[in-house]
Design a protein around this ligand. Structure first.
Ligand code: SF4
Length: 383
């Protein structure tokens, strides 16, 4: 297929595909799926070998957010029955992080619900970063605290944060459909503040919110322009009690095409398979390892993932290897350009999302498991 040969050549040269080429990847048929995965897999292996970086989420503060992001179980007015708790103490956060590191995670992602941190919150998180770094030698720490105010990125960097995550989530044109309390430009600004402070930028997207192929390509090209070191790709987890609870738009094949498109547009960037992989890729998860070079281990912020040991078994069974602590994630040319953290990153013709039969009510409940263990509970974490 000429398209795929062209995209592999461009990926190996780190050349950006055209929008038309990116759209064409999303429009490939199920008959072509393995060819698409194989082509994007060549690009993945050229820059990242068969390594899989593991990342571990610690939800420092859960629920009760004043913002109204429609996809989020922690949003204003969410009726999702998630864990709700205020800031974890540094020692408790460090214990949760240690479980992830013991499970093989190189990076710990400290996340807090909310529009953005107060200066006091930055102090708290700085203490938590110190506790984690003291107790887990060599671990990378990424903070994800929402929109940053002036000076906060510099303070987090000084406290030892290697990276900062803030996702663009969807295209600029549709951002107002998923959130009214902040906008796309606010998000871009925070990613740029993190970069300017010397942190490795992590910024990604959520697919499956009813967006068109053009929206997906737009957000991935916007990310490429921002040039983060890592791009997490989330697939919407349609939580009961949120406005997007009925958005079951994804098939495993569609998820693979999206990941392949992201890989072609971001050939040498850490592409991370993030929330929703168990729910939407299901038994095709191992194929995604040919496209991404990074995943989250264990549970997500408010939902449970598959058992950490099953993640490790999947990686081994698929012929990949967990990236070790001393190994650089990014290729040398990106490390040279990066900040101190280094390692951190069949549609209808009208472009509307294809209709996918929604899983039955009971099956939906089984697919989305609200987190009831780990951070904020007395039960051991999943790592
Ligand atoms: S700001 Fe963050 S925690 Fe709050 S609703 Fe949006 S995504 Fe959820």
């Amino acid at each position: 297929m000429d398209l795929l040969n062209t995209l592999v050549d461009k990926g190996l040269r780190r050349e950006v595909p055209t929008r038309e080429e990116a759209l064409a990847v999303l429009a490939t048929s199920d008959d072509e799926l393995l060819d698409v995965v194989a082509a994007a897999g060549k690009v993945r292996r050229a820059w990242f070998g068969r390594r899989v970086k593991l990342n571990y989420l610690v939800n420092l503060k859960s629920g009760l957010c004043p913002e109204d992001c429609s996809y989020c179980s922690q949003r204003l007015g969410s009726k999702a029955e998630i864990l709700k708790y205020t800031w974890l103490k540094p020692d408790d956060a460090s214990k949760a992080a240690a479980a992830g590191v013991a499970g093989g995670a190189k990076r710990v992602c400290l996340v807090a619900s909310g529009r953005g941190p107060t200066d006091k919150d930055v102090d708290r998180v700085s203490e938590t970063i110190s506790a984690i770094k003291e107790q887990n030698e060599g671990v990378e720490v990424c903070a994800c605290l929402g929109l940053l105010s002036e000076g906060q990125a510099e303070r987090l960097r000084a406290a030892g944060a290697d990276a900062y995550n803030h996702n663009l989530n969807t295209s600029e044109a549709t951002y107002g459909d998923i959130c009214t309390t902040h906008d796309f430009a606010d998000r871009v600004d925070t990613v740029q503040q993190a970069q300017a402070a010397g942190m490795s930028a992590c910024s990604g997207l959520i697919a499956g919110m009813g967006e068109t192929d053009a929206d997906l390509v737009d957000v991935v090209f916007a990310l490429r322009e921002l040039d983060p070191d890592s791009v997490p790709v989330n697939f919407l987890i349609p939580f009961e009690g949120t406005p997007l609870a009925e958005e079951w738009n994804l098939t495993p094949q569609r998820c693979l095409r999206i990941l392949a498109m992201v890989r072609f547009v971001c050939p040498d960037i850490e592409v991370r398979l993030a929330g929703g992989r168990e729910v939407h890729l299901r038994s095709l998860q191992p194929l995604a390892l040919h496209l991404v070079n990074s995943i989250f281990l264990g549970d997500y912020l408010t939902s449970e993932g598959q058992a950490g040991k099953d993640d490790l078994a999947m990686i081994a069974d698929a012929g990949f290897e967990v990236e070790e602590a001393g190994t650089a994630t990014l290729p040398a040319h990106r490390r040279d350009a990066a900040g101190p953290a280094e390692a951190c990153g069949a549609e209808p013709a009208d472009g509307a999302p294809a209709a996918v039969p929604a899983p039955a009510e009971e099956a939906r409940r089984n697919l989305v498991a609200v987190r009831r263990r780990g951070a904020g509970t007395d039960l051991p974490p999943n790592a």
